[in-house]
Design a protein around this ligand. Structure first.
Ligand code: DER
Length: 233
């Protein structure tokens, strides 16, 4: 199976395993999450499932609306039953790097308020240690006025390089749904204690959130190139 098919296999199996009637479902961001919404839409139509969806980004919100799935939010439904979301890399302990799509601040809020976080990905995200396959760094959401001080603080005290994420079809930096900048922190120590590193980063004023999801995912579904789905708990 190619990448797209591998993503689809993981997304469909995760939805079939975890999405049932009368659930509040957190909808992830990125290309794999699109396939999970596709399967949810199919099952709502065929099985008349009664689910309400909470978006993890502007993209996810558009997807829910376009798929005519019922839309809700954290004020109306503060307790989410399951969130299904993608990742850029998952290690052997289910620690994830997320944020390739720059949506990880809302993704982490939704994941935190969910009883279960279910990760869906293709085989290129399936690693033993973070950094093995994903080379674009750990995304950090920062206040625009502080990106340079946060950058230098990290590089001086924690090593590596924290690069301001520049837009492709936009001159200047990527702006997140929340109006902030992103730093991608590269060349980190792959043997790090991610719980400690995450806490260390979050102490820096002006750094709002990291793309490190530690002790959050309870299961990951990897679509493999041989057409099978590897499930890691
Ligand atoms: O930005 C994110 O956290 C997305 O979930 C991303 O990491 C996964 O995107 P993909 O499913 O398009 O690979």
């Amino acid at each position: 199976a190619g990448l797209q098919e591998a993503k689809k296999l993981a997304a469909y199996k995760a939805v079939d395993d975890h999405v049932q009637d009368n659930l509040i479902v957190g909808v992830g961001s990125g290309s794999t999450a699109v396939l999970a919404v596709e399967r949810m839409m199919e099952r709502v139509r065929n099985e008349h499932l009664n689910i309400k969806c909470i978006p993890t980004s502007f993209q996810a919100r558009q997807l829910i609306i376009q798929s005519q799935l019922p839309l809700t939010n954290l004020e109306i439904n503060p307790e989410i039953d399951v969130t299904i979301d993608g990742a850029d890399e998952v290690d052997e302990n289910l620690t994830c790097i997320k944020g390739g799509g720059a949506c990880f601040l809302q993704e982490k809020i939704v994941a935190y308020n969910s009883k279960k976080l279910v990760i869906i990905a293709d085989y290129t995200k399936d690693s033993v240690k973070l950094g093995q396959q994903w080379k674009k760094g750990i995304p950090l959401e920062v206040d625009p006025m502080a990106y340079y001080t946060v950058k230098t603080k990290i590089e001086k005290t924690m090593g590596g390089e924290a690069e301001l994420r520049i837009g492709k079809m936009k001159a200047g930096p990527v702006i997140t749904d929340g109006g902030n900048f992103i730093l991608d922190w590269k060349d980190f120590n792959p043997e790090s204690n991610w719980e400690e590193v995450n806490m260390e980063l979050l102490k820096i004023p002006g750094l709002f959130e990291t793309g490190l999801f530690v002790d959050m995912a309870v299961v990951a579904y990897f679509g493999m190139s041989d057409g099978t789905v590897k499930v890691r708990t």
